[in-house]
Design a protein around this ligand. Sequence first.
Ligand SMILES: [Zn+2]
Length: 98
Amino acid sequence: MNFLARLLRFLFWLLVVSWGVALLRRAVGWLLRGAAPRAGANGGGGEVARRLQRDPLCGTHVSEEIAFPLREGGNTLYFCSEKCRQEYASSQRYAANG
Ligand SMILES: [Zn+2]
């Protein structure tokens, strides 16, 4: 029975290690994919989906998908938060009036 217990323990660790390796490979793949767009080696705009926009009020870079947009004079500005957008809009209004 001692042999069976050792075998079961061996199989358990085999499972744990293979799971860990799979997790590590996924993490490495994710890191490599995250670092890739900066190089842009194989040219041709393929990475339009994840474009970063700069918040003109506080300077934070924010993705278009999660940003708070504000249309102004034909082009769209992107803000990191509702607070930044409102603050910017009110400051523009004061500038226009005064
Ligand atoms: Zn902001």
